[in-house]
Structure formats: C-alpha cells, structure tokens
Unconditional design. Structure first.
Length: 342
C-alpha cells in the first residue's frame, strides 16, 4: 500500500473511562479528536466502576462519533478505514467500541482494523513529531501498564521490561487515595508534589534482579502506606506535599534509570514516552534532562495525547492498515491482550 494515497481513518477508543472518536489522515494529521470523560462520575467511587463505565460508553459513543465527523468536516462516506481498540482494557467498555466499529465497517463496506491499546499510546508520538520513525525506545506508563519497549518497525515491538506488579499509574492512584487526594491520583500528586520536598522521606526503589529493565512499584506503594500508618499510630502528622514529592521522586528515578540503561545498551539515539503518566511534569523534565545528557532525541506527546484518546488509535490503525492488517467480523474484545499479540 502506497503512503502517498490519502487514507482517512475513523478511530474509536473505549477501553476504560473515556469514550473517544477521532478522524486521522495518514496516521499523522488529526482532523478531529473528541473525548467524553467519565472521571467526574467515577470520582464518587474512588476509581473506575466497570459496569458504570460500560453503560456510559453505550450512551456516549454515537455522540462522540458524530462530533468527530462534524469537527473534521467529513462524513462516513469519505472514511477509508475504521480503527478500534480491542484490548487490553475493561471487557465491557471494549465490547461497546468493537461492536460499534464492526457495525459501521459492515454498513459502509470499509476495512476494519483492530488496534492494541498500548500500540496506540506509542503511536501518539507520531502525531506531533513528523521526524519520528522507528527504531526507537519508548516507555509506556499508565494506570494499567508500565512497559519499556523497543519499537523496531511500525507495528513490530520487543518488550524490554515491564512491571512485575502495580503499574506506575496504579501506584499513583493508591497513594493519592491514602493521602486523601482522591481519584484520579496522578494529576493530584503531580500538582501538590511541586510544593513539597522530594528529599523529605527516603522511599525504596525496587530493582528486579533477574530482569534489569523490569519495574516493581508494589513495595514502594506499601512503604508509603506503612509510613502513613506509622504516623497515625504515633500520633504524628506528615506533610502531604512532602510525601507526594518523595513518592514521585522514587517512581521517576526508577522509570528514568531503567529507560536510560536500556536505550544506552541498545545504542538508541531516539527515546519516547507515552501513556497517562507521561503527562507527569516531573517525569517529562527528568526524561528530557537524561536524554539531553546522553545526546538522545527526546519525544513526548502533548498531555491530551498521553491520556486515552482516539487520535492515537487512528495513528496506530494507519500503520497496521499499510502493513495489510484487516480484522474480520469475529473481532472480539481481549481484555488481557499482550503487546505484540494478534
């Protein structure tokens, strides 16, 4: 398939707590990117409630698709490909998007391309960085995933490291809840950490002995909870800003350290970050400094493309389409889909 032909993709994303649709041209140009967030609703429960998320996706999906087409100034008749997230994620949420995508593809007789959610996050970097092409190393850090990936070619990935337990974003959410900041934890900790002393409390930074690029945040999370409980038992107070800053420093140092070791060992000169945690200001600053120090080009999406969105799914779908990927009517939601699986 020649890249010179104009390909307009309608992308659908509904893997967790955001219903999103976008129109993307040739994998890099975002003509529209509509997101309907459920965060305010899930705040009431301190986290995502799968059944509520699924119902909200059903209510919103037609609306976001109509808005995406309208903002792009196009119609379904001018769409060449339908791209949709089919895993990993919440199974009920994924099913809503997959069913919608299959219905549109069948009704309009256009190709359907199932997209891996993590591949979407990695591909978000293509949107704002026209010069970025594989190979490069990418850190994907979000509420459900922490992966260190070598992007060998478009759609071809080698996992260098992954979390053994909690994902980075999951640890942020749990610590934020313990401090009393509420959900979602990442942005709240990022905000108050700016007012705290990152060296106030020394928290552990886990290393996985048999896999030097793997991550583990469960021990760090437990250390924070134990510190809070210890203060309560002794009748002592603690500064939430200091705790948040110290916790964040421990997370960032591990993410940056593992990432730089992997990139250096592979001799890579291009490094990217992706996923919800990639919008964290401390991580972005630390990664930029580390890459600059090593003469690496650093790529990161704007925060709007770090959190779940459909534009990134459109970018990934484009390169899958060029590679000949076509999904059948048996495409189904795969909640535990591994990166690189088809």
């Amino acid at each position: 398939m020649s890249e010179s032909k104009e390909i307009n993709i309608l992308a659908i994303e509904s893997s967790c707590d955001e219903t999103a649709a976008a129109v993307v041209r040739n994998g890099r140009e975002v003509r529209s990117n509509i997101i309907s967030s459920q965060i305010d609703l899930h705040k009431l429960y301190g986290g995502v409630v799968p059944e509520i998320a699924s119902r909200k996706h059903i209510e919103k999906i037609n609306q976001v698709i109509e808005e995406a087409l309208s903002e792009a100034g196009t119609t379904l008749d001018e769409i060449d490909v339908i791209g949709v997230t089919y895993g990993p994620g919440l199974v009920g949420a994924l099913l809503v998007g997959v069913a919608e995508a299959k219905a549109i593809a069948w009704a309009k007789d256009i190709p359907l391309v199932g997209v891996h959610h993590i591949e979407g996050h990695i591909s978000a970097n293509y949107i704002e960085h026209p010069d970025l092409e594989p190979p490069f190393v990418c850190l994907v850090a979000s509420g459900g995933h922490t992966h260190l990936v070598c992007v060998k070619e478009y759609g071809k990935y080698e996992i260098l490291g992954r979390t053994r337990d909690d994902a980075a974003g999951e640890a942020y959410d749990k610590v934020a809840r313990a401090i009393g900041l509420g959900y979602p934890g990442g942005p709240k900790i990022d905000r108050i950490a700016k007012e705290g002393n990152p060296d106030a409390i020394q928290f552990p930074k886990a290393k996985v002995n048999d896999a030097e690029y793997d991550f583990s945040f469960s021990g760090l999370k437990s250390a924070v909870l134990n510190y809070i409980n210890g203060c309560k038992m002794k009748g002592e107070t603690f500064d939430p800003a200091d705790l948040a800053a110290s916790f964040q420093k421990a997370v960032v140092e591990v993410l940056v350290g593992n990432s730089m070791r992997a990139a250096e060992k592979l001799g890579m000169k291009k490094f990217a970050i992706a996923g919800g945690v990639a919008s964290n200001s401390a991580l972005r600053e630390a990664m930029e400094e580390a890459c600059e120090k090593r003469g690496m080009k650093f790529y990161r999406p704007s925060p709007i493309y770090c959190t779940d969105n459909a534009a990134m799914i459109g970018a990934a779908a484009y390169y899958e389409y060029l590679a000949g990927t076509r999904s059948g009517w048996d495409l189904n939601a795969v909640p535990n889909l591994k990166l690189g699986e088809r």
